[in-house]
Design a binder for this molecule. Structure first.
Ligand code: FMN
Length: 347
């Protein structure tokens, strides 16, 4: 298949992912993030003022108003330019971080770069570039990684790890051999930090440790319990053995809460992002109390941005309010205290 035909295939897959994930049929995941299994010990005497609570964090020297990121989603397809720009506008106003979707298609076809560029709209946000790590086995190397970062003026690069997703795609990239060594090479050569992330099946402590030893500076667990990727990929499959086999993976993956705990235990100092089913301010608070530095939200932001930037901002305000009230009722006045709080318990 020529490079041009391959890119056409990736673009049509991206469109299918966008449309399927927005369809209400796929709003349910049979696994949950595990965050609901936890509760905070209520503090009836917090001895702090709700109005004085500080939810800011600093990432790459930039101050965020909330420990939150709009997780990577789109790029390359027609509607992606507007979606990314509107998300960036919301991120800039709310002072949170953002990642763009996989830039592979724009590395292969420079006409698509525009759909990823958001710096003019959001000059100061913490911005992550994005490529699939498996592309390092399919011709990509440091030139393409640096190209993805430069394309959007990113602060760091996400390399996403998605073996189950690729395995469920007939046209997927199935060769994950010797990737760690190649990731190590990118970490050594790229002049920006490299973060690794799953897209919805979680990262174990063991894998996180290998990635850390390879030079990865941050991990986004992308745990199970959020957007139901298994169902989305299954819907794309024609009737086949693969579709039959796929149904038995519906409970596969490490729930987000467990993945945070595993990575925190094996790599206590790595920058840790909690994503996969994070939906409320209390979820953000729980993720941080479990050990994350920041949380990430994907699909709800996509649903809101299709309505308007204001709808995104209103949802982000709801998250902020929930986080502040949770912190108030635990009795912690900043994110550092929330992170070291011992008041989170399992039911
Ligand atoms: C339409 C869509 C496209 C996505 N594309 C990417 C991608 O290109 N790269 C990536 O790292 N993650 C991608 N993701 C995964 C999200 O960043 C996130 O890890 C996942 O959806 C779980 O978070 P959620 O439960 O908040 O949606 C995509 C998610 C959605 C909904």
């Amino acid at each position: 298949m020529s490079k041009f035909e391959l890119n056409k295939l990736h673009i049509s897959r991206k469109k299918e992912h966008l449309n399927l994930s927005l369809s209400h049929e796929f709003s349910y995941n049979s696994i949950n993030s595990g965050l609901d299994d936890y509760y905070f010990i209520h503090n009836a005497l917090p001895e702090i003022s709700l109005d004085e609570i500080d939810t800011t964090i600093t990432v790459f020297g930039k101050k965020l108003d909330l420990p939150l990121m709009i997780s990577p989603m789109v790029g390359g397809i027609d509607e992606a330019g507007k979606i990314n720009k509107d998300l960036a506008k919301a991120a800039s106003i709310a002072k949170i971080a953002m990642g763009v979707g996989s830039q592979r298609v724009a590395i292969n076809d420079k006409n698509l770069k525009e759909t990823f560029k958001v710096r003019e709209i959001a000059p100061d946000i913490v911005l992550f570039a994005n490529l699939g790590a498996v592309q390092l086995n399919y011709g990509f190397g440091i030139k393409e990684c640096a190209g993805a970062v430069d394309m959007i003026g990113a602060d760091a690069l996400f390399l996403h790890l998605n073996p189950l997703q690729e395995a469920l795609q007939v046209e997927g990239n199935h060769n994950f051999e010797n990737l760690l060594e190649k990731i190590k090479g990118i970490c050594e050569e790229l002049d920006k930090p490299v973060f690794a992330r799953e897209i919805g099946f979680g990262i174990s402590g063991e894998v996180a440790l290998k990635l850390k030893m390879a030079g990865v500076k941050g991990i986004d667990v992308g745990g199970s319990g959020g957007t139901p990727w298994l169902e989305i990929e299954k819907a794309r499959l024609e009737n086949s053995n693969l579709k039959e086999a796929a149904q038995f993976f519906k409970n596969w993956g490490i729930p987000t809460s467990e993945s945070i705990k595993m990575v925190k235990e094996s790599c206590p100092d790595i920058f840790l992002i909690a994503s996969g089913g994070v939906r409320t301010g209390i979820d953000v608070a729980k993720a941080i109390a479990l050990g994350a530095d920041m949380a990430g939200i994907a699909l709800p932001m996509l649903r809101y941005v299709k309505i308007s930037i204001n709808a995104c901002l209103s949802y982000l305000k709801e998250i902020e309010t929930g986080l502040r009230i949770a912190m108030f009722c635990i009795g912690v006045s900043n994110i550092r205290q929330l992170k070291s709080s011992l008041s989170l318990k399992k039911y």
